[in-house]
Write a protein that binds this ligand. Structure first.
Ligand code: PLP
Length: 418
């Protein structure tokens, strides 16, 4: 008899964005005359850069001719793309990552989830709180998270690492040993910098502490650098800028937020050859070789046309165009930040990421703030509690909207406090 993976049924029913959609629809139905501005979205709004489009058109034409037609691609991704990534994203930053350590994929969301396939079910997982929900959900579906405890808004087997204004949104290192001296360090540690939802970065010194911790405790850091392109301060663009990271970290990257690939789909994971994890017999095994065997994007994963488009991101023209895209969203985030400060809010983020994380007024929950902002200003954001219990009391606005709507939304928010 076929039976399902019961872990899927443990996922809490209402997903954050479903609930937001429900409330916005109910409000629109009751107030059809009101104009609503959505600053809650994590999706980009500007079109793909011209250089990317031209490269994809050219690749389409190649597919129409017998001599240049391509069928299944290489399972790690085409060498032209992996070489461009290694050169521009790693070697140029002093990080010694080779093309055969890069695995092209259909995006960071898939990679962050699928990576769980090569880790045993009994690995202990640590996540930041608040956090991009995909790390939690994928581990819950795999059976690594235990049971969902609704009253706490937490999973019983996950280690939550609070990220609040008190610690600058960089968590404390988790305890490595208990009183008896036994190892209790997490085995898989998800870190994301610059992060979603808080929009905050991490310094090299802070990141080094995590790398040292992971090496000492035989943990693996799963480092999501999807927002790397948004860094404007002197912060690490990749975890491999930190010595030793190639022995303990996998990095996820994406063309979604720097080059508009959210609908086109392309990203990559870096699995260094030096990264080794123990098998059941206690022997150290290289994950690089194992990741070639992944099911997800093997053979029929990312189309040639899309990989040619991603390659164009690294052309001279592509670099200029993607910088212009990122600058546009960052300027929006700056407008949001500045406007909120003028309106008397405490704000974080928005300097090295497109996300602004504001403190909701004392005495209000983040959902109450959501309802108030929708009702009084017609502005939709994302309640911080949707990203984890420590997100309560915070609210996320994003720079991904149009300039016109961003300015209008901020004017409305400022008018509330006038
Ligand atoms: N990682 C983080 C932190 C994100 O916020 C997002 C999307 O919002 C992703 C990964 C997903 O990236 P992709 O579009 O490449 O799947």
């Amino acid at each position: 008899m076929a039976h399902i993976n019961d872990n899927f049924q443990k996922l809490p029913g209402s997903y954050l964005f479903t609930e937001i959609g429900r409330r916005v629809n109910a409000y629109s139905a009751a107030h059809p005359e009101k104009s609503i501005i959505r600053l809650g979205i994590g999706d980009v709004t500007l079109p793909l850069p011209k250089s990317v489009i031209e490269a994809m058109h050219k690749a389409v034409d190649e597919m129409a001719v017998k001599e240049t037609f391509r069928g299944y691609g290489p399972e790690q991704g085409y060498a032209f793309l992996r070489e461009a990534i290694a050169e521009n994203d790693y070697k140029a930053r002093g990080a010694n990552i080779e093309p055969d350590e890069i695995f092209v994929s259909d995006g960071a969301k898939s990679d962050c989830s699928n990576i769980g396939d090569i880790f045993g079910i009994d690995n202990k997982v640590a996540v930041c709180d608040p956090v991009y929900p995909v790390y939690v959900d994928s581990n819950a579906m795999a059976g690594r998270a235990g049971d969902y405890v609704a009253e706490l808004g937490r999973w019983s087997n996950l280690i939550y690492m609070p990220c609040t204004s008190d610690n600058g949104f960089v968590p404390e290192l988790p305890a490595a040993k208990n009183e008896m001296g036994e190892r209790i360090a997490p085995d898989m540690i998800y870190l994301c910098y610059p992060n979603n939802p808080m929009g905050m970065g991490i310094t090299r010194e802070e990141l080094k502490k995590w790398v040292d911790y992971a090496i000492e405790n035989e943990s693996v850091i799963l480092y999501d650098a999807a927002y790397e392109a948004y860094i404007t301060e002197d912060l690490p663009h990749t975890i491999y800028e930190v010595a030793g990271a190639e022995k303990c970290a996998i990095e996820f990257r994406s063309f979604s937020k720097n080059a508009g690939f959210t609908g086109t789909r392309c990203g990559f994971a870096v699995v260094p050859k030096a990264l080794k994890v123990r098998n059941g017999a206690g022997e150290l095994v290289s994950l690089n070789g194992l990741w070639s065997r992944r099911q997800s994007t093997k053979m029929n994963g990312v189309p040639y046309i899309v990989q040619r488009g991603a390659e164009a991101v690294y052309s001279e023209e592509g670099k200029k165009e993607t910088k212009a895209l990122v600058d546009y969203y960052l300027e929006n985030a700056g407008i949001i930040r500045q406007g909120l400060v003028e309106a008397g809010y405490t704000v974080y983020g928005g300097v090295n990421a497109p996300y602004v994380w504001l403190k909701v007024p004392e005495g209000m929950t983040s959902w109450e703030f959501f309802d108030m902002l929708l009702d009084k200003a017609g502005v939709v954001g994302t309640p911080g509690s949707g990203f984890g219990p420590c997100g309560e009391g915070y609210f996320r606005l994003t720079g991904f909207g149009s300039r016109e709507n961003t300015v209008k939304a901020i004017e409305r928010i400022k008018a509330l406090n006038a």
